[in-house]
Ligand binder design. Structure first.
Ligand code: ADP
Length: 453
């Protein structure tokens, strides 16, 4: 994990990047508003100046028309005495003489806002207003806007930083939990939902991610525990046959060299090894089915097809033994239940039927019967295997589902004591149940119930 030490720095950069993005957008938007405000204010001040000038121009033209330059000069003078704002006034007589009637001292004509009107006799009357006051006002406004913009940048950066930090903190907690799990290998660690000190759960995207992550950890922990248990069971169950295998080889080696004895011991070893291999495969299947890791290729399966195939497989054995093996005594019922469908793994379901039929044929003496039936009861599909065999003693019934259990009376028959364990594990992995009704001397009835449809 060479990247581990970088992570806090990476978080910092990520947070900074987010904050910068947020601040940049915020600042661009704010600056646009500031510029617009400034532009509109400047434009409206200019417009106001021009209105004033044009108003004065009208007054002065009227005065000039009334009594020429004399009356105009008098009007200007009177106004200039009372008016707070002193205007520049110039009259150009038909473009020849320029007569300045008002020129406030120290005024720079280049900084004047002017307007002019040409009268009917060709005289040009010009009025100007200094832009100094307006410029001073706008300068103050610019300074204020500068300070405001600066504050916006600071607020945006700080706000963005704080916002991203608080948004990132649950992700940081998640990362820390993952890191802890990777480092310690312990899957019992969980990420607190809604804040480090059990803060409010807001059910937002982060809380949902955290909850899902915890659910995933629960599942992983469950699977790891189940697999560990399965491994323990398998290794425990294999110890006996392997010890037997070793014993056979050891016994052969202990005596004087004898080819026939060796041959016999080796044959025993091969046989025992085959048993161990079958046992190992079956034990693995059982463990996987029990821990929920068995891969089931689920598809709609017609239960009568499953039964037919399994029965076909054992028909010859049953015939040879003199046991009557048949499907659904009532042919009409068979037709009705032809459409009984369950969702499951066809091969595994065939294994279930085959194991039950195998036991029934195996334990039923010659002259007996084995009836296999398929029917529906409400939303449940039932598969029944009924035999007229010796039955199972009541004290053994609860134990027949355990791995490697073999009934006392059954030891003379071939078997590993794993058939019913596998049946139970597969049926339960399909969400079903399996049970037995049996009494010594009155046969046994095994019933598998699976969700129909
Ligand atoms: P196996 O048949 O290899 O011994 P199983 O797990 O299939 O192992 O069965 C466990 C035990 O249940 C058997 O040893 C037997 O005692 C009992 N059993 C199962 N099926 C029947 C049956 N149809 N009739 C009588 N006993 C049965």
């Amino acid at each position: 994990m060479s990247s581990a030490p970088d992570t806090p720095v990476r978080h910092l950069f990520f947070g900074l990047r987010l904050a910068l993005w947020y601040a940049t957008l915020f600042v661009i938007g704010s600056i646009a508003i500031v510029f617009l405000t400034y532009y509109l204010t400047a434009a409206s001040l200019k417009q106001r100046d021009q209105q004033i000038i044009r108003g004065k121009l009208g007054d002065y033209s009227a005065a000039y028309l009334r009594g020429g330059v004399r009356v105009l000069a008098a009007t200007v003078r009177t106004e200039q005495e009372v008016a707070p704002e002193r205007l520049f006034v110039r009259v150009i007589d038909r473009g020849i003489d320029a007569l300045v009637l008002s020129m406030p001292e120290g005024w720079d004509p280049s900084t004047l806002e002017t307007a002019s009107i040409r009268l009917a006799d060709g005289t040009l009357v010009q009025v100007g207003k200094s832009t100094e006051a307006r410029e001073a006002l706008l300068a103050r406004f610019r300074a204020t806007l500068g300070v405001v913009t600066l504050s916006i940048v600071v607020v945006a950066l700080t706000g963005g930083w704080l916002a991203t930090q608080s948004a990132l903190s649950p992700i940081r907690r998640l990362t820390a939990a993952v890191r802890r799990i990777i480092r310690t290998g312990r899957t019992d660690a969980r990420v607190p939902v809604g804040g480090p000190a059990g803060g409010p759960v807001t059910n937002d995207a982060i809380d949902e991610l955290t909850s899902l992550f915890n659910v995933m950890l629960d599942r992983i922990e469950g699977l790891v525990t189940a697999m560990r248990g399965a491994l323990d069971n398998v290794s425990h169950d294999l110890r006996t046959p392997l010890t037997r295998l070793r014993g056979t080889a050891e016994m052969a080696l202990a005596g004087p060299p004898d080819v026939d004895r060796y041959r016999e011991a080796l044959a025993d070893c091969v046989e025992e090894t085959d048993r161990v291999l079958v046992m190992l495969n079956t034990l693995m299947d059982i463990s996987e089915a029990e821990s929920g890791t068995l891969q089931l290729r689920r598809e709609p399966v017609r239960l009568s097809d499953v039964v037919t195939r399994a029965v076909d497989l054992y028909r010859e054995v049953a015939d040879a033994k003199g046991v009557r093996l048949q499907v659904a005594a009532d042919a009409a019922a068979a037709r009705v239940d032809d459409g009984l469908i369950v969702t499951g793994d066809r091969t595994r379901l065939e294994q279930v039927a085959a194991n039950l039929i195998d036991n029934a044929v195996k334990y039923t003496p010659a002259g007996g019967r084995v009836d296999v039936d398929v029917r529906r009861e409400g939303s449940v599909a039932l598969l029944t295997v009924r035999d007229t065999g010796p039955g199972i003693p009541p004290d053994e019934i609860p134990r027949i589902w355990a791995r490697l259990f073999r009934g006392d009376a059954s030891r003379s028959e071939r078997g590993l004591g794993l058939g019913l364990s596998l049946v139970k594990a597969i049926v339960e992995a399909h969400g079903g149940t399996v049970g037995v009704e049996s009494q010594p001397g009155r046969g046994s009835t095994f019933t598998v119930a699976l969700p129909a449809g």
